[in-house]
Ligand binder design. Sequence first.
Ligand code: DAH
Length: 372
Amino acid sequence: MSAPNNSYDPVEVSALHPDEVERMRTEALDAIAKAAGLEELKEVRIAHAGDRSPLALANREIGALPPAAKAEAGKRVGGARRAVSEAVKARQSQLEDERDARVLVEEAVDVTLPFDRIPRGARHPLTTVAERMADIFVGMGFEVAEGPEVEAEWYNFDALNFLPDHPARTMQDTFFVAGPDGAESGLVLRTHTSPVQVRSMLDRELPVYVVVPGRTFRTDELDATHSPVFHQLEGLVVDEGITLAHLRGAIQVFVERMFGEGLRTRMRPSYFPFTEPSAEVDMECFVCRGASVGNPDAPCRTCSSEGWIEIGGCGVVNPRVLTAAGVDTERYSGWAFGLGIERTLMFAHGVKDMHDMVEGDIRFTAAFGMEM
Ligand code: DAH
C-alpha cells in the first residue's frame, strides 16, 4: 500500500520555513522603515512586495504542498505579505505627509513683501489720439508725412510767406538754435508743422494728400493751457480743381468720426500768411450741441456755453507758398489745415490741465490703457 505523502514537511521547502519567512518579513519591514523618500519607497515596495519579491516567490511554492500543509504555510506567508503591504502603505502616507509639509514651507509666497516689479507702461494718450486723428484722414486716402523738429528758418517761415518782420519770428515765440560761437544758424525748433507742407510738395509727386502729426515748440510757459512743447496735425492737399468745399467736407468727416455723428462745423474768417483766404474751424459742442447757449440754467463747461469749440486753422494754400515749393499755380491749387492735438485730447477725454499731459506720471497714462 502506498502511503500518502503526508511525511512531506513544509519546513523542508526552504522558502517556506518559518525562520525564512520571518527573515524575509523582517528584512522587508526594515527596508520600508529605512526608505527615506517616496522614490526609495517605490523601489523597496517592488523589491519586497512586488511580483518577484522573495515573499511572492515563496507564495508560489505553496501550491506544490500537500493539502494538509498548505493552510499553515499559507497563513504564515500571507500574514507576512499583509504585514509588508500594510507597512508600505503606512510609510507611504507618512512620507507623503512629510513632503506636503515641506512643500508648504519651501514654496510659501509672502504676499506682504514689497512690490519690486517695474510697472507696465502704457502709450501716451497724445500718441494714441494723434494716431486716431491721422487714421481718419488715412481712411480718406491721405498719406502720413514727417519732417524735422529742428527746422530751417526758410521752411518754417520764409517759404510759408512770413515776411522777415512777422511778429511770430521774434524771440517771443520762437526757439532759435544757436550756431557755433552763438552765431545765427538759420535753424529753429519748428513753431508749427506747416513747414512739412513745403517739404511734402518738394519731395513728392503731385497730387499731394498728406497729414503730418508732429511735435512743435514755442517759448510759452507751462500752464493749464500752454506748453512750450505741443503737438499738431497738419493737413495738405494739392491737386487740380481743388476748392474750399473739399476742405469743408474733409473737416466735416473728421469731426464726425472723432467726436460724433451729425456734429456741425463752421469756418470763421481769419488770417495766416500761408493761406488765402484763411479761416478758424469750429465744431459744434459735442456735449451740449448748442443747448447751453443763452440758457444759464444749463451751462456747458466744455464749450463755456458758446455752443462751438475751436479746433484749428485752415485755408486755401497761398499761391506764394505753392510757388516757393515749385508748384505750377496755373494748374494746381490746394488747401491746408492745422489741428491742435492737445486740444483734441482735452476735449475727447476731458483732460483739464496741460500739466497732466507733460509730467509723465504713469497713473495718468495708464488710465488710457494700452490702446493701439
Ligand atoms: N500753423 C498754424 C499754427 O500753428 C496752424 C495752421 C493754420 C495750419 C492754417 C494750417 C492752416 O495748415 O492752413 O497756428
